[in-house]
Design a protein around this ligand. Sequence first.
Ligand code: C5P
Length: 240
Amino acid sequence: MKKGACLYEGKAKRIYSTDEHEVLWVEYKDDATAFNGEKKDVLEGKGVLNNEISSLLFSKLKEAGIQSHFIEKLSSNEQLVKRVEIVPIEVVVRNIAAGSLVKRLGIERGTEFNPAILEFYYKDDSLGDPLFTEEHIRVMELASVEELSEIREIALHVNEQLKVIFETIGVQLVDFKLEFGREQSGAILLADEISPDTCRLWDIKTGESFDKDLFRFEQGNLQDGYTTILSRLGGINSCS
Ligand code: C5P
């Protein structure tokens, strides 16, 4: 497989074409951003940790019957994925109140939700990724009713699997963000990444954060938190 031109550079990843049209080459960067790009830094080793963790989690989800765009890990900070057209909706699943939900609604941090809460955000940096409803998605024609119902179903299935995966390693899955894409056939596929950049992960015993809140709120060393997640998942940090 040959790496081609850079097609897109996001906050945390670069996406390249390959000599196969349906396959893309993803490179995870060390850049850390928060608050819609207002807080920025370069944290050595972050790209490797996210690639390792995301590859592991997508593989575990595949074993549980959940397909995603992930094909294989290529190197410590690179992976191959299926080409999809990204649906511009960020799907957030919440098991425990934290972050923007607490700020927006005043619900006490740590309140448990069963069943989990599902939220949709419009993926648009210039608008600051606003929270929106299924009605907005419908009038903006971002996804059909059938697609949205499939996205919901997959998101909740992913939540059930991830909750078990993390509980097994002594970690509470507080909340997380998913993105979806359309394959050439039009089928909806789980895409992007699942890592401590996109999840809130708290130690079950101590409540310690092992996720991007370490960077957002300067609560501790991000790489240490992510390394804890990777090693508890049974992975090896190939850069340390
Ligand atoms: O900030 P908020 O509480 O809405 O975030 C909910 C979850 O979604 C968190 O785990 C956060 O890391 C993730 N998220 C993300 N990308 C965004 C917004 C939120 O990964 N653009």
